[in-house]
Design a protein around this ligand. Structure first.
Ligand code: 5AD
Ligand code: SF4
Length: 429
């Protein structure tokens, strides 16, 4: 999400003839796009700001701006606390950046943090950074109003709003024409994507079909789904199109009914497992990944065991695993106690990580002998003689280069694995 936002900021500034550089020693303005989801993300930014003071002593005209969720959360307070920050811009105010940069004088500080009910940056064609020229993100909606009890996002990114489907399809077509072969449609809760116009209503399953029809050679992925809203209609559309990747990220957060209720997730473990069963029914080859939080307020050993049990039942292919971090202004901060001691949170997190490591390895071992179509993304980090790509399930596969090039599709048979990577050989020479 933040990466996609940085690409929008790049486009807004390039249009006004600002040049973008990755060389920090050449920059007159340093823009830091920030996340506020966990405290350690914010602490990293504060450390980076301290480090940048040395650079500012040598290049005194350099101005630093903080963009994104941390800017939105802290507003002016951030500039008071961090004396080397000159401007802050919230996630809905990026269009103001050129004007701010043009008018900011030495010693002055500017802030734009108004949230909007309508801004989707729909008309902006993002500048693609760090691109492999093959895979790209397309933002399809902004904001979130689910108000999970632990989460700061509804306060930093504002209300949910969807982007005109035609602009999304056009962006996908342009990327395909430029040689891209995979797009990931992004939103905090893509299942509630909805666009109403004179021509009718486009929901997320219809949007997926529209993008999938751009070309059978363009792979389509999406993130993130909320389990309460994952519909059979979407699964049917995924089954219908070969180029919609068979991979679903379905954050569970906890396996305990009591925790899920306290988290305001609005589903039960039974509901979640029913959605998993539906995925397995419509999409037998689909991989499933998740997010989980260890040590949310009042979590008992029994609740934690329920999470481990959920992991054993679902057998995720990958999981993003976090220790609960209390965030200001959330429901949890106002009404609940962060009462699980840090060492207990750490131990529970480590137990989840260890279990998930075993499951991922066992899942990968079952892949040995299977053959997959792989979209080649680049040269392996380990050896120039090898390429890497992903299968539809989003698993990374490494194989000998042969005469192949990034951007091509090839068939690969899996011969070995680790818990993170599959290793294989090309079968269609
Ligand atoms: N503490 C820990 N993890 C969190 N997440 C969101 N808020 C918090 C928090 N306060 C995790 C959730 C979410 C992912 C993006 O970040 O698992 O799905
Ligand atoms: Fe946060 Fe919940 Fe919205 Fe995800 S769905 S961004 S966890 S409030």
């Amino acid at each position: 999400m933040n990466f996609a936002d940085s690409e929008i900021v790049g486009a807004i500034l390039s249009k006004e003839h600002y040049l973008i550089t990755k060389e920090i020693d050449q920059a007159d303005y340093i823009l830091i796009n920030t996340c506020a989801i966990r405290d350690n993300a914010e602490q990293r930014i504060r450390k980076r700001l301290r480090e940048l003071k040395a650079l500012q002593r040598q290049r005194q005209w350099v101005k630093i701006g903080i963009l994104g969720c941390m800017a939105e959360r802290l507003k002016q307070q951030l500039m008071e606390e961090e004396d080397n920050v000159s401007f802050i811009v919230g996630p809905d105010a990026y269009r103001k950046l050129p004007e701010m940069l043009a008018h900011i004088h030495d010693g002055e500080k500017l802030a734009e943090t108004l949230l909007s009910d309508s801004e989707t940056y729909a008309d902006i064609e993002p500048v693609r950074y760090d691109t492999n020229g093959i895979t790209a993100y397309i933002s399809i909606m902004r904001g979130c109003q689910n108000y999970c009890a632990y989460c700061v996002v509804p306060y930093t990114r504002g209300r949910e709003r969807s982007r005109d489907p035609q602009t999304i399809v056009n962006e996908a077509k342009e990327l395909f024409a430029k040689g891209y072969r995979e797009v990931t449609l992004l939103g905090q809760n893509v299942n509630s994507y909805k666009w109403v116009s004179g021509d009718g209503t486009v929901g997320f399953p219809q949007l997926m079909a529209l993008v999938a029809e751009v070309s059978p050679l363009l792979r389509v992925r999406f993130a993130t789904s909320h389990p309460k809203d994952l519909s059979d209609d979407l699964l049917k559309v995924m089954a219908k199109y070969d180029n919609i990747c068979k991979c679903i990220h379905l954050p569970v957060q906890s396996g305990s009914e009591r925790m899920l209720k306290l988290m305001n997730r609005r589903y039960t473990p039974e509901w979640y497992l029913d959605r998993i069963a539906a995925i397995r029914h419509y999409l037998p080859t689909c991989s499933i990944t998740t997010d989980v939080i260890a040590g949310f307020c009042t979590e008992t050993e029994e609740d934690h065991q329920a999470t481990l049990e959920m992991f054993r039942k679902v057998r995720y292919d990958y999981a993003y695993m976090f220790k609960f971090s209390m965030r200001p202004n959330t429901y949890a901060e106002k009404h609940l106690n962060d009462d699980v001691p840090d060492d207990v949170k750490t131990r529970r997190l480590e137990e989840i990580i260890a279990l998930q490591g075993d499951i991922a390895l066992e899942n990968n071992q079952k892949e040995i002998g299977k053959e997959y179509e792989v979209l080649i993304e680049g040269v392996s980090h380990r050896s120039d003689a090898q390429l890497f790509g992903r299968n539809s399930q989003n698993k990374v596969i490494v194989f000998d280069r042969g005469g192949l090039q990034p951007g091509q599709y090839t068939n690969v048979r899996v011969t070995r694995c680790t818990s993170a990577t599959l290793i294989g050989e090309v079968t269609d020479k």
